[in-house]
Design a protein around this ligand. Structure first.
Ligand code: CDT
Length: 312
């Protein structure tokens, strides 16, 4: 069997605070056209791909940022993207801020969400970010804020995977990529493609000594996750200088061997693509990383029973 899927990353440059959804959607459609011309069948867009990275600014009342959230997907502003993707036969994933309807469970929830759409326009599923980094309260000592923990709830829905695109596809979001459990949860469900959008400021206020390693760490974690679980990984940045804050670009496509097979060369809107042979996953899943044969879950009890470090 030969399952070849052309994967694409639709990297975005900065989105200004006052850029309209309609304008951003036109940029996404332009990337979609470039991807379709390159034969891409699944194009992944970044985390929070419709707005500026608003958790970098503080509002006393958290609803002060509600205009950055979507209450439905698709909606009138994003429908043209869904329509054009369907017309072109290109599937896609799209990250956005999600505001849920209080009528569902009596509470409004704010999630950092990614939706996955098949080539025929059908919605395959969504993923709500699990590892929420940063802080809850305003910290004026920082040159800019990282208030994701103020503006997003941690999802309790887990890392689901989906049978689609003739394979098994999962999603994760930005900070999730730094945690090995993210990939292993999906690896244990046979994942073959993991799509990970990110907004990663290069300046890390708690320890600026790490700034110079931002690109190295970005690739390190995704390459390790790919190899250790025998899966393709697509990392998709919103990069460049947005509202005065520089974020990492370096979007990439990684093979199950852990090798980078395509990488963005700009900090702006750019499409990269690669043909992913999904059969290559088995080379790793059925040899060194034959989980059923070699894993020792009974030896890993702390991983699910314990959160922080307990010293001996
Ligand atoms: N968006 C996101 O999750 N960014 C984080 C920044 C961490 S610094 C607070 C990341 O892990 O890239």
């Amino acid at each position: 069997m030969n399952r070849r899927l052309r994967l694409g990353a639709g990297q975005l440059g900065p989105i200004a605070q006052d850029e309209s959804r309609e304008s951003v959607v036109q940029r996404l459609i332009s990337l979609l056209h470039q991807a379709a011309d390159a034969g891409v069948e699944l194009l992944a867009f970044p985390e929070l791909a419709l707005t500026t990275f608003f958790p970098r600014s503080y509002t006393e009342d958290i609803s002060g940022h509600d205009h950055y959230y979507e209450t439905a997907m698709p909606n009138p502003a994003t429908q043209p993207l869904f329509d054009e993707a369907k017309r072109l036969g290109v599937g896609f994933s799209l990250g956005y801020a999600e505001l849920t309807d209080a009528s569902v469970d009596g509470v409004v929830h704010r999630f950092n969400t990614t939706i996955l759409v098949e080539r025929d326009g059908s919605i395959v599923g969504h993923y709500r970010k699990i590892h929420i980094p940063g802080h809850e309260k305003d910290e004026p000592w920082r040159p800019f804020q990282h208030l994701e923990r103020r503006y997003f709830e941690e999802s309790n829905e887990g890392f689901g995977v989906h049978r689609c695109f003739d394979g098994i596809v999962g999603m994760a979001t930005c900070n999730d990529r730094r945690w090995p459990e993210t990939y292993r949860e999906m690896g244990l469900q046979g994942v073959e493609v993991v799509l990970i959008g990110y907004n990663t400021p290069i300046y890390y206020a708690p320890d600026p000594g790490q700034n110079a390693l931002a690109g190295f760490h970005n690739h390190l974690v995704m390459q390790a996750g790919a190899y250790q679980n025998g899966t393709w990984v697509v990392g998709i940045a919103k990069g460049g200088i947005e509202e005065g804050v520089e974020s990492l670009a370096q979007s990439c496509i990684i093979a199950p061997s852990g090798q980078i097979v395509a990488q963005a060369v700009t900090n702006g809107d750019e499409v990269i693509s690669a043909v992913a042979n999904l059969e290559l996953c088995a080379n790793f899943k059925e040899t060194l990383f034959d989980f059923a044969r070699y894993r020792r879950p009974e030896m890993y009890q702390r991983i699910t029973n314990q959160k922080g470090v307990i010293l001996p």
